[in-house]
Write a protein that binds this ligand. Structure first.
Ligand code: MG
Length: 389
């Protein structure tokens, strides 16, 4: 024995997505047992993952009847179905819950896992963006903890290890700037879906890629950082760093900056969230400093209004960030199907924020209710204003 603690088994929620698949690879490399896996549908991907981890429980949340039959035939009693099965899996005692569920559906599993005293390795944005007040209360009230998987928040976490809260002056999140860095709002009026989906440094799903192009993703990350590190918004900054090598920085009260650097590879923050406070070897070459050309610039807040909308929603707090998130999801979907031009994504979000009163969020149900309302308002706005650009 090398004195290292035994790593707890994982449950992986959202196993068929990019983070889920990479988590399976990290677990295999470190020989971490998998207690359970879950996906929304009963796809070939879920079945293939289930065969890779024959001891694990399997959950399909919303399969078609054919998919459910096929999973039952292949997996027998180790497969379960529906949201309740997902939430039970998230709350499996003595496991680390890797929450890579997409969308507001990830909120309840986070709360359930925290309630069971688990570590949540968190990749679900909505847990903190939409459900921040509820999730922060659940994390504060029990044995559970959240360790972020997102590269920026993992960087901040790593910079903050061993530091006192009153030593921190500000958090600085880096943003790649996306494919439209340097363009004006007018120049972005005619960009195509394909151009918007071509992210310069990270390979990700369509929504987060568009959110990176508008800088809304960075706005979400500012809100997540606020809840993760209990730091006021005026002490969270964003700097554009096109190479995505510096994953984020912390500035301390003595003027010192700490940064975390590395190649853009999500396996690193996934592994760290699982092994923290330890580090384990990873099958990566490491980062070549001599090949790096690192540049930093101010974000263009006029061309990318989503960043300010995010700060506004964050400072307003309560239900405003949930509205921001829901409206953005509708707006991005509308852009992807060609219903609105790229700059109108911010217009949909701003209009939805203006329409809805700000209310308190005391429960998951409150979050889901405001989420649904915001979607409806945003969809109406798209309906009325779409197609005209
Ligand atoms: Mg990120």
């Amino acid at each position: 024995m090398d004195g290292a603690t035994q790593l707890k088994p994982l449950t992986i929620l959202g196993v068929t997505g990019s983070i889920g698949r990479q988590t399976l690879e990290v677990a295999a490399a470190l020989q971490i047992p998998i207690a359970g896996i879950a996906a929304n549908r009963g796809s070939d991907g879920l079945l293939a993952s289930a065969r890779r981890v024959p001891e694990s429980a399997v959950v399909a949340v919303d399969p078609t009847p054919e998919e459910a039959d096929r999973l039952r035939a292949a997996l027998g009693s180790r497969v379960g179905f529906g949201r309740d099965a997902l939430i039970r899996l998230a709350a499996t005692p003595n496991t680390i819950t890797v929450n890579a569920v997409v969308g507001a559906a990830g909120l309840e599993p986070t709360i359930a896992a925290l309630g069971a005293g688990n570590r949540v390795a968190l990749a679900n944005k909505e847990s903190l963006v939409a459900g921040g007040p509820v999730v922060a209360a659940a994390a504060a009230g029990g044995e559970g903890e959240i360790i972020p998987i997102d590269s920026e928040h993992s960087a901040l976490w790593q910079c903050l290890v061993g530091e006192r809260a009153d030593s921190v002056r500000r958090l600085i999140l880096t943003a790649s700037g996306g494919p439209f860095r340097g363009r004006s709002r007018a120049e972005m009026a005619t960009v195509s879906v394909e151009e918007a989906l071509a992210h310069p440094t990270w390979s990700m799903g369509p929504r987060i890629t568009i959110d990176s192009a508008t800088l809304m993703n960075k706005a979400f990350e500012v809100i997540e950082a606020h809840y993760l590190y209990a730091i006021p918004y005026e002490r969270i900054d964003v700097v554009v760093h096109p190479q995505s090598i510096v994953h984020s920085l912390v500035e301390f009260v003595d003027g010192t900056l700490k940064a975390e650097l590395g190649d853009p590879d999500m396996k690193v923050p996934i592994q760290y969230a699982v092994t923290y406070p330890e580090r384990k070897p990873a099958g990566l070459a490491g980062f070549d400093l001599t090949a790096a050309d690192l540049t930093f610039e101010e974000p263009d807040r006029a061309s990318f209004p989503c960043l300010e909308l995010g700060y506004w929603a964050g400072r307003t707090g309560r239900s405003a960030p949930a509205v921001l998130n829901a409206a953005d999801e509708i707006a991005v979907a509308a852009f992807l199907r060609g219903a609105i031009p790229f700059p109108a994504i911010a217009d949909v979000v701003a209009s939805t924020l203006n329409h809805l009163p700000v209310v308190d969020l005391a429960s998951v149900d409150d979050v889901l209710a405001i989420d649904e309302q915001a979607r409806k308002i945003a969809a109406e706005y798209v309906e009325v204003n779409g197609g005209s650009g």
